[in-house]
Design a protein around this ligand. Structure first.
Ligand code: HEC
Length: 139
């Protein structure tokens, strides 16, 4: 298992390093006339109904304001749409298992330790959601 995790980590590092992330930001980041942030707010029922509750139940204690993971790239605010816009930067639809979100959640190089296991239903739900996202396209 350790070597499998190490492999995932390595592959994910390669993927992240080489990722070209068109899908991450969504269309027209500067198009909002209301001065909203440049992160695309997307309707994603699977994320909002299935994935976000898992993250709130298992990760919120550390990854919300005032928690030890507050200053990491994974910060939840309680607003699923806004949080999704940041969380998609932590996933790799081309290789869901190599996503930083899942690697850290399963304890790989994570101060929070192993929060969910690879064989848990939670892992399957998050993995399925990531796999359903549009893959990054490279120019
Ligand atoms: C007990 C506290 C704790 C819990 C619970 C926890 N984490 Fe973390 N997590 C941390 C801390 C502290 C860091 C920052 C240091 C590090 O990278 O390990 C972190 C970092 C991360 C990062 C890296 C973000 C970056 O900036 O690169 C990700 C992704 C992550 N956690 C995902 C999760 C997920 C997903 C869950 C829930 C399934 C979770 N964590 C639950 C404490 C926690």
């Amino acid at each position: 298992m350790a070597s499998r995790r190490a492999l995932f980590g390595l592959l994910s590092a390669v993927l992240l390093a080489g990722a070209c992330a068109d899908f991450r930001r969504g269309p027209s980041p500067d198009a909002s006339a209301d001065g909203a942030s440049d992160e695309a707010l997307v309707d994603d029922p699977v994320f909002e109904n299935d994935v976000y509750p898992i993250l709130q139940a298992r990760c919120w204690v550390c990854h919300s304001q005032g928690g030890p993971g507050e200053y990491s790239a994974f910060l939840m605010t309680g607003d699923a749409k806004a949080d999704r816009a940041r969380i998609v930067n932590l996933v790799s639809p081309n290789f869901p298992e190599g996503s930083l979100l899942l690697l850290r959640a399963t304890g790989y190089d994570h101060l929070g330790g192993t929060v969910i296991t690879v064989d848990s239903p939670e892992y399957g739900t998050i993995q399925g959601w990531i796999a359903s996202l549009p893959a990054a396209t490279c120019p």
